[in-house]
Design a protein around this ligand. Structure first.
Ligand code: PEP
Ligand code: MN
Length: 337
């Protein structure tokens, strides 16, 4: 961290500021005294140093961070890729493409079990399905809640597919015993109390990027979970809000290689929420596999036109089957280059 001090500060004030820095943080301070200003270079662990607090000090002209503010999620301190392995052997990260598929929402036993069987046959290793749904309108279908989680468990018992489903409130955590991967949705990416609580668990957390969050904010949210002890975090790019109206969101495809460069955590893509349009799912899934995504989470519905949520972006099991073949070909080709 570089701190530029205001010109002509009394030496005593500068000394006491430096003493405060070395006394409060695990850092060393190098000082360069120029003709017009003094510059301090903080070396060491600056993750706990609050830039805004420094900027608010009397003697400070400006401050700039040169080291990332996240540590546990940072590839610099953990060069090898993190691979998430479930008790059943399913993996996310580590050189294979993890496919998570299922409906936006669980609607009935027949629906979730039928879709689970189809997507499994096509190569999905995980079943997705929302039981608690974050809907823009309070009058829209809110999900089957506890009953939805029970139906996911039935589908898991039938197919062996681990469950990926979203949590919206810490209060619901006791219901998530049989859930294998807990999803934190885009709207909750910065629900810090929820993140901290999930950080105390020992099961994987799928963390989606917020609707208008930067890559660094996503990594800081991962850091919240990891700082509590849970290092099994999967990052998910799911499109972000831009001025474009042709698609529901704009898929930030460059986020995939950027995240993989900055972090050792596995990165997956959700082309369904990124585009909102069923015919765009396949090309975006292919693009994601080509840029190095470790997995995909895709909405699949047996009858999209009657889906209770997100029918327009849902693909059919047959479309999913054909997508998987193409995506795997691209993934294998890119990984053999
Ligand atoms: C979902 O996956 O069902 C979902 C609501 O996604 P997001 O949080 O990315 O909008
Ligand atoms: Mn959805």
């Amino acid at each position: 961290m570089i701190i530029v001090l205001k010109a002509d500060q009394p030496q005593a004030k500068v000394d006491s500021f430096i003493e405060k820095l070395t006394g409060s943080y695990d850092v060393q301070v190098n000082t360069w005294v120029g003709a017009h200003s003094t510059v301090l270079g903080l070396i060491g662990d600056t993750t706990a140093v609050d830039e805004e607090y420094i900027a608010a000090q009397d003697v400070v002209e400006n401050v700039r961070r040169v080291q990332e503010p996240y540590k546990k999620a940072n590839r610099k301190f953990h060069p090898e890729d993190t691979v998430i392995t479930l008790p059943g052997g399913q993996k996310i990260g580590g050189g294979s493409l993890a496919l998570i598929a299922g409906p936006c929402s669980v609607e009935s036993e027949e629906q979730i079990c039928g879709i689970a069987e189809s997507v499994k046959r096509s190569g999905a290793a995980f079943l997705r399905g929302g039981a608690f749904k974050p809907r823009t309108s309070p009058y829209a279908f809110q999900g089957m809640k506890a009953e939805g989680l029970e139906l996911l468990s039935k589908a898991k018992a039938k197919t062996g597919l681990p469950i990926v489903t979203e949590i919206m409130s810490i209060d619901h955590l006791p219901l998530f015993e049989d859930v294998d991967v807990i999803q934190v949705g885009a709207r909750n990416m910065q629900n810090f109390e929820l993140l901290k609580r999930l950080g105390k668990l020992s099961k994987p957390i799928l963390l989606k990027r917020g609707l208008a969050s930067t890559i660094e904010e996503l990594l800081m949210s991962a850091e919240y979970i990891m700082a509590e002890g849970n290092e099994q975090v999967i990052l998910c790019e799911r499109g972000m809000r831009t001025y474009e109206t042709m698609t529901r969101n704009t898929l930030d495809i460059s986020a995939v290689p950027v995240l993989k460069r900055l972090s050792h955590l596995p990165v997956i893509v959700d082309p369904s929420h990124a585009s909102g349009i069923s015919w765009l799912i396949e090309p975006l899934a292919i693009a994601s596999a080509a840029v190095g995504a470790d997995g995909l989470i895709i909405e699949v519905h047996n009858d999209p036109s009657h889906a209770l949520c997100d029918g327009a972006q849902s693909i059919t099991p047959a479309q999913f089957d054909s997508l998987v073949k193409k995506v795997n070909t691209v993934f294998d080709t890119v990984h053999s280059l």
